[in-house]
Design a protein around this ligand. Sequence first.
Ligand code: GTP
Length: 482
Amino acid sequence: MAGGLGVDLVGGYAGVVAVVALSFVVAQCLVLLSQRLRFRRVMQKSAELTQKSAAEPDAKRIPITLVTGFLGAGKTTLLNHVLSSADHGLRVAVLINEFGAVSVDHRLIAGHATSGALADVVVMKNGCMCCSGDSPGSELEGILNKLLEMTAVDSSLYDYMLIETSGLADPTAVVHLLFRHEMARSRFVLDGVVTLVDASNVHRHLAVPERGPLVRPRPEVARQLALADVVLLTKTDAIGDAPGGREAVERAVREACPAATIVVSHPARAPLEQLLGIDAFRRRRVHLAPERGPTAVHTLGAQTVCLRVRGALTLSALQAWLQRVVVTHEAELYRLKGTLSIAGERRRFVVQGVHGEVRGHFDEAVGADVAASAQDATSRQPEDDESSVLVLIASTGPPPDFAHQLDEAELQSSLQACALDGEGSVVVVRTDKPGATRRAAPALDGDECVDCGDEQPLKKLAHTEARARIARRGGAAPSGLA
Ligand SMILES: Nc1nc2c(ncn2[C@@H]2O[C@H](COP(=O)(O)OP(=O)(O)OP(=O)(O)O)[C@@H](O)[C@H]2O)c(=O)[nH]1
């Protein structure tokens, strides 16, 4: 009897294990299949792009600068600088990709462009360009679709394109895409990769021993640096020249990307001639080919909470709330940003936070498009209100380092308490919880060097380029280069 029960139990467990194993295998197969299909679409679209471009051999080529850098490093500030500078005389198309379901950046960008400098802003929400994504159309495809659309637009309408990656993006796959031989024959040409590094916070994501312990390494930061042609070191004003200051950060950055040029500047005053039109890729003799196997190192490990506010908030209550949030979440809060409606104010209140620091200011230019709609805000549903939003992005991990995970219900109710006379409401638009780790995107197969036809793993690119530049300068290659 007991023996029979034991056999039944063993048989039962074996059945459960078999079902679990089978489900796992089926799930993996489906993921692989969907990735293959996606890559096929990407290949077809890049071929289509070449064909369309070939039909207009005389159309001018549009240089693309990929602007990357971790959350809060200053990418949007740099884009605004480009768009408000009259000196370059370019009409710029901007493609931005935000992490989180709600886009704040497009509002901060469009309001600041001087007339004539901005040709178009396109936002791709909730994504990281390196990932295959959960949705049918990936961000990579999003870029291709946009480029395809733009081949249909009169090329005299724009002269330059800026693509801003999300702060949590590993830009490898995008660089790959833009560097493929099909792309080399298209209307678009990759001019360079500009990586912004927040000198005051980079030690939290990349080892800078002199500046304190590394709490959570972000592999995206290392990849963003590895691909950089130019590193724009920002926020050095916040750390000064004391030991563990700017020099220590520069040393760490130099180690991470020996080949890149380092420019130290506030992004709002960056010397654009050192960032745009640098022709870094055409000058490269080594072209990208895929690594075999997964290339993207994007690991989520981050949680996003997007809050939408209906009605006006009281400024003093909001300020106290913001202060409390950044103090509580300093270690894990990568980013806090939004544009909010304040009682008695027509202008939007722009909130900018990175780790333990938060600032806010009223901005005339931001939300000018929504001023009219604010008048009938009472008749609108909170989920319809695009103009008053707050996005929080935080790292996740075990205590004690990450003792205070974001609690969307608590954030919602405490922010709601900042509403004027208790009226208005705050809704959680979306939370992205950790655990929903996206798969890294495998490389595109069958790529080859435009110049020599050789296949060359991407990871060697930085090294080869480093060697080439060092050789040009007549120096010795640093140790550690393969
Ligand atoms: N003090 C100082 N503040 C800076 C500097 N660069 C950017 N900031 C501020 O840092 C905050 C974040 O800048 P953004 O340009 O929005 O950063 P971002 O990289 O676009 O951020 P995400 O799009 O969220 O990844 C803003 O308040 C900027 O004004 C700098 O060099 N010095």
